[in-house]
Design a protein around this ligand. Structure first.
Ligand code: SF4
Length: 120
C-alpha cells in the first residue's frame, strides 16, 4: 500500500461517515453517558457515567474500529472504543514511543472503506 500522509487520513476520516457505526452497540442509544455534561462533573459522577458507557463498549462488535477512528481524528471528548480522552492520548503517546506513526494507527483497526474512500 502506498504511503498516505497522516493528515490525508485524518481528513478522509472526517469526510467519510464510518460505515461501522451502523453495527455499534451505542447506535440509537442516548449519548449522555458517552460525553461529559455541560456543567462541572465531579469525579464520582464521571466514573459512574463513563462506567455505563464502557459497559456498552465492552460488548460492542466494532470497538476496535471505533477506537482507531477516535485515535485517527484525535477525538478530544468522550468515550470511544471504551477509552476516554486521557486514555486515548496516553495510548497515542505509547504507540508513538514504540515507533508507530499515524498511518500505522489507521491501518490497525479501521475498515479500509472507513479510512480511504475520500483520500486523494
Ligand atoms: S465501542 Fe463504544 S462508543 Fe464505540 S461504537 Fe461501540 S459502543 Fe459506541
Amino acid at each position: 500500500m502506498a504511503h498516505v500522509p497522516p493528515h490525508s487520513l485524518a481528513l478522509a476520516a472526517r469526510v467519510v461517515e464510518p460505515t461501522w457505526r451502523a453495527a455499534a452497540a451505542c447506535h440509537g442509544v442516548d449519548a449522555e453517558s458517552f460525553f461529559p455534561p455541560s456543567h462541572f462533573e465531579r469525579k464520582p459522577e464521571k466514573d459512574e457515567r463513563e462506567g455505563a458507557a464502557r459497559a456498552l463498549c465492552a460488548r460492542c462488535p466494532v470497538r476496535p474500529q471505533c477506537l482507531e477512528y477516535a485515535l485517527l481524528v484525535e477525538e478530544p471528548h468522550g468515550i470511544w472504543g471504551g477509552l476516554n480522552e486521557l486514555e486515548r492520548r496516553r495510548l497515542l503517546r505509547q504507540r508513538a514511543a514504540a515507533g508507530g506513526d499515524r498511518a500505522h494507527v489507521a491501518k490497525v483497526g479501521a475498515a479500509p472503506t472507513d479510512r480511504l474512500e475520500a483520500a486523494p
